[in-house]
Design a binder for this molecule. Structure first.
Ligand SMILES: Cc1cn([C@H]2C[C@H](O)[C@@H](COP(=O)(O)OP(=O)(O)O[C@H]3O[C@@H](C)C(=O)[C@@H](O)[C@H]3O)O2)c(=O)[nH]c1=O
Length: 175
């Protein structure tokens, strides 16, 4: 695995290092030894998946409030997504900045999202499956978010939004 710094402090894009032979391919997608060597968290307690039917579906931008803040390791298992992370750590040099990445079943890139970030994605294809490792348990009362089109952040989304939850459409303005 290669851990590539992003423009947001503490967030990494992780590229796989595949080994191919006549049968196909093998690669590691998570390894406590490699993550520890890169200074990253390894104590994930949950793996979750979501399935989205239509291209243009938007989920996000989500986070859990303290003391239930989450570190996430995100990958796209089927199809392609535009995955966006937003730094909401007030003391961070990259506070309020966002960055987007294409995660796809073909590139098998993963995104390591630190605590204090909001996270969301838009599907670039129909029939998308996304998987997450998460460092803390789900705490519904602490689930929160910011709107994908909040002018405070100016996030660029590649497609018109074709499906979004009521909750995600109505997050109040930030700040
Ligand atoms: C996130 C989550 C949801 N749920 C429930 C709540 C609800 O009834 C149903 C769907 O939840 P949501 O609408 O929050 O699903 P979704 O919008 O897919 O939420 C996800 O979005 C992406 C962007 C993330 O980063 C994830 O961490 C997660 O917040 O599943 C759980 O039981 N456990 C969980 O961990």
């Amino acid at each position: 695995m290669q851990f590539l710094a992003t423009r947001l402090e503490g967030a990494y894009r992780i590229e796989p290092t595949p080994v191919s032979d006549e049968r196909g391919r093998f690669e590691r997608s998570f390894c406590t030894r490699e993550f520890e060597a890169a200074g990253l968290h390894t104590g994930f307690v949950q793996h979750s998946q979501s399935w989205s039917s239509a291209r243009g579906t938007l989920r996000g931008m989500h986070f859990q409030r303290a003391p239930h803040g989450e570190i996430k390791l995100v990958r796209c298992l089927r199809g392609r997504i535009w995955d966006v992370i937003l730094d909401l750590r007030t003391a961070s040099p990259t506070f309020r900045l966002w960055q987007g990445f294409e995660l796809a079943e073909d590139n098998r890139n993963q995104l390591y999202v630190p605590e204090g970030f909001a996270h969301g994605f838009q599907t670039l294809t129909d029939d998308v499956e996304v998987g997450y490792m998460i460092s803390t348990h789900y705490a519904a009362d602490y689930a929160s978010g910011v709107r994908h089109d909040d002018p405070a952040f100016g996030i660029d989304w590649p497609l018109p939004v074709t499906a979004i939850s009521e909750r995600d459409r109505n997050w109040p303005d930030y700040g």
